[in-house]
Ligand binder design. Sequence first.
Ligand code: UDP
Length: 329
Amino acid sequence: MAILVTGGAGYIGSHTVMELLAQGEKVVVVDNLRTGHRSAVSPEARFYEGDIRDRGFLDRVFGENDIEAVIHFAASSLVGESVQQPLAYYDNNLFGTHSLVGAMEAHGVRKIVFSSTAATYGEPERVPIEESAPTRPESPYGETKLAMENMFRWCDRAFGLKFVSLRYFNACGAHPDGTIGEDHKPESHLIPIILQVPLGERDHIGIFGDDYPTEDGTCVRDYIHVMDLANAHYLALNYLRAGHPSDVFNLGNGTGFSVKQVIELARGVTGHPIPAAVSPRRAGDPAVLIASSEKAKSKLGWKPRYDDLGTIIGTAWKWHQSHPNGYAD
Ligand code: UDP
């Protein structure tokens, strides 16, 4: 039997495909390649280009493969864009998932591991954030991810769909072998943007606000390596295979780094001075987001292998140095 990975050509999806293959799983990938990259998908996985909103396409994929479970990444994932284009997010994320779960119901597939986000919480009342914290998303991105989780809950009750929802904090880094990594166009995430400076693609990094109520005034985030996220999906799959009930887990390192601290670490990793300049705050950025991942550790047996942010940035640097134009190289 095979694991179907939707969005398996994307950043976290492609690393999860590598992890599943390394664990000896058979993998089928679907991706519409709107933001994903065909060459990010290992040739050992069976690849279908298509959109999860296309029910006929999904029926063909489920018909041609013996699918045991689904790991669901396919979604639009930019907070700012979602605020500008809410309907596009409801369409791709919520309707796409509706189509996928409909196909799962029809084809008798009852296990799904879901790529969720810390954006389901919104501005936290307390850090570290536990899974029991209130969910008050502040963007259509967070709102649609939360709605997808709720869709799974009702489908569990109605027809026994078992799900594990993984709420990630700040995904970063690249596969340690340097063959796959992060490639968004345009790039909006902090670490790859910082690394564009030593790569000669920009002359400085802009810090979005230094007047937050944090130690150095810049936003604090919890950075977690993409291979640790990938491994959590494999553990979540086994958790469902063992017959455990549906559940939600945070995934982060539990340590916060400010934007200035991340830049300083990148200077150390790259040996480049990386000039920085403060620019205005970005709308919707909470001051501090740090995960409590105790539940994932105790219930899934998850243990992040990359707990040093310098090492994590080093894996990203290896990827970007060898692929300065991403997958276009
Ligand atoms: N950030 C920044 N400059 C940039 C990009 C990001 O100062 O060019 C900050 C951003 O305000 C946030 C942190 O870096 O506090 C992480 O941002 P990112 O977009 O990587 O992830 P997010 O926290 O939005 O999921």
